[in-house]
Ligand binder design. Structure first.
Ligand SMILES: Cc1cc2nc3c(=O)[nH]c(=O)nc-3n(C[C@H](O)[C@H](O)[C@H](O)COP(=O)(O)OP(=O)(O)OC[C@H]3O[C@@H](n4cnc5c(N)ncnc54)[C@H](O)[C@@H]3O)c2cc1C
Length: 478
């Protein structure tokens, strides 16, 4: 199988019949027909179809010459800089399909799983660790072109540094070991696209937690007792003209509840091992691999934001104003910095002893942490440029009604009629002001972790002593 089509993806997820709760009801029937999921599932299916398209296949599919098999490019464990470039191009090709708005295109978690598979040596001979299971899941998933969701963080009950003393924790924990596997009970914070992926990867992120909460595993989305509890849907189900983005790319976020879920032994990566949870997360290739995918996508998203900002400038003819130029230039600077940092991570990539080519992580950490700050500013810039245009938005039905002719005339812009102008601003509204757009901003600020703590990682890991010596030299100069 190895590389699937969109129809195969949809069919497989429909057949899972995972336990998904939304709007007070369990989803019954085909999930791909549900208004909250059909847009995103269709968009995801389009990505899979691109892999089958002869025009794009060479960019999206890699051939394993040893096994004589084809796999999705995001399962490629890079061995050369050229492999990194191939991964980047594949990510960006998919990202262009959603303007970078699908944070969880399948390549994101496939990359994470590949990073785990490339790092299994770190778990070898460690207590309660099963690195061979990571490799088996990786091979199984690549073979079937799976997509994954994941949940790493514990529920937001008590974030005090003393929270680990809480005796009434709601965190997912191993409550029993049986001959068949571990039994997990409790909750995890959230999983984007929960219920519309083949599997769920659970991984305890580092921190002061109880050993019973320190585990990692992968299970099918329809595992008994596993519940995906969704927030309200931000998917627009009206015409694409009115909501060009939220009808297609709303990914849904769900709380994960484990109701005494049996995780079979062959799916356990590690359990009851706090040290493994801490060290594997930090020392594995999770950060450099996934950040390389993330920044590749964010470059495309910034290109889209830049294009949209300039489209607004041209639509209402405001390019002569210096502050307008400066605002667009802010986006250009963000884009060029992200591109440069991505290139730098590939230029400074180094092969490890296993022959895995690992992108340099510092430029990528800097890029993602920078994006957490500048993306909200990009959104503000579009609002500042668009001004009232962001709300003078009659729906498609109004243009089709008797009043439509007047709207075409009175809502005209510099060189386009009312209908076209409103279409452009609908795009801006959906990116910046709809529930979907606001969630996009929150997503870029948090999905890879709290920006405050990410900048602490940069601070602590950056080699600074050479720079201190450099500065000190000037104290001694006569
Ligand atoms: C749209 C969206 C989608 C997401 N999708 C997923 C997903 O698919 N899978 C997944 O696993 N996770 C997902 N996440 C979760 C994401 O990983 C977390 O949001 C992120 O790690 C921050 O954790 P938190 O939300 O619990 O914030 P908290 O840790 O609760 O932080 C809340 C506030 O308290 C401050 N704070 C808390 N603790 C500290 C501390 N120790 N030091 C300093 N300041 C502190 C923070 O700076 C912040 O201002 C998603 C998040 C969002 C917003």
């Amino acid at each position: 199988m190895a590389v699937i089509s969109g129809a195969e993806y949809i069919d497989r997820i429909n057949q899972l019949k995972s336990e998904i709760w939304i709007d007070g009801k369990k989803v019954e029937g085909l999930i791909s027909n549900h208004p909250a999921f059909r847009g995103i599932m269709k968009s995801k299916a389009e990505l899979y179809d691109l892999q089958k398209d002869i025009k794009w296949k060479e960019f999206l599919v890699h051939k394993d010459n040893k096994l004589q098999k084809e796999y999705g490019m995001s399962f490629l464990i890079p061995e050369t800089r050229n492999d990194l470039a191939k991964r980047r191009k594949a990510t960006q090709l998919w990202a262009r399909h959603s303007a970078g708005l699908m944070g969880r295109s399948p390549d994101y978690m496939n990359t994470a799983l590949s990073s785990f598979a490339a790092s299994v040596h770190l778990l070898k001979d460690q207590k309660n660790c099963f690195p061979e299971n990571i490799l088996k899941v990786y091979e199984y998933a690549a073979e079937r072109d799976f997509s994954f969701t994941h949940t790493f963080v514990n529920p937001q009950k008590n974030r005090s540094s003393l929270a680990f003393l809480d005796e009434d924790s709601t965190n997912a924990r191993v409550v029993k070991e049986t001959k068949d596997g571990i039994i997990v009970k409790g909750a995890k914070l959230l999983a984007t696209q929960g219920g519309i992926t083949d599997e769920l990867i659970v991984f305890s992120s580092p921190g002061p937690i109880d050993a019973a909460e320190a585990h990692a595993f992968s299970i099918p989305s329809n595992t008994e007792g596993l519940k995906f509890i969704c927030r309200r849907s931000f998917a627009a189900n009206g015409p694409a003209y009115d909501s060009p983005l939220s009808g297609r790319f709303e990914e849904m976020d769900s709380v994960i509840v484990f109701d005494n879920v049996l995780v079979p032994w062959d799916r356990v990566f590690f359990y009851n091992n706090k040290e493994a949870a801490d060290k594997f997360f930090v020392n594995s290739y999770f950060a450099p691999f996934t950040l390389h995918q993330i920044v590749s996508r964010q470059v495309v998203k910034t290109e889209f934001v830049l294009g949209l900002a300039q489209l607004i400038v041209e639509t209402i003819n405001i390019s002569e104003y210096q502050h307008v130029q400066s605002k667009v230039a802010e986006i250009i600077k963000g884009l060029e910095c992200a591109k440069a940092l991505l290139t730098q991570s590939e230029l400074e990539a180094a092969a490890d002893q296993q022959g895995v080519m690992v992108p340099e992580r510092t430029p990528l950490y800097v890029a993602v942490n920078m994006f957490q700050e500048i993306y909200p500013r990009f959104i503000e810039i579009i609002q500042l440029l668009g001004a009232s245009g962001m709300v003078t938005l009659p729906e498609q039905t109004q243009f089709q009604a008797e009043i439509g002719e007047k709207l075409e005339h009175y809502l005209q812009a510099f060189e386009v009629g009312g209908r076209e102008r409103v279409g452009i601003f609908n795009l801006a509204f959906d990116l910046c002001m709809s529930a979907f757009g606001s969630r996009q901003t929150l997503y870029e600020q948090f999905f890879f972790g709290d920006p405050v703590r990410l900048s602490q990682i940069i601070y602590h890991s950056y080699p600074k002593s050479g720079h201190v010596s450099f500065a000190k030299q000037f104290l001694d100069r006569k």
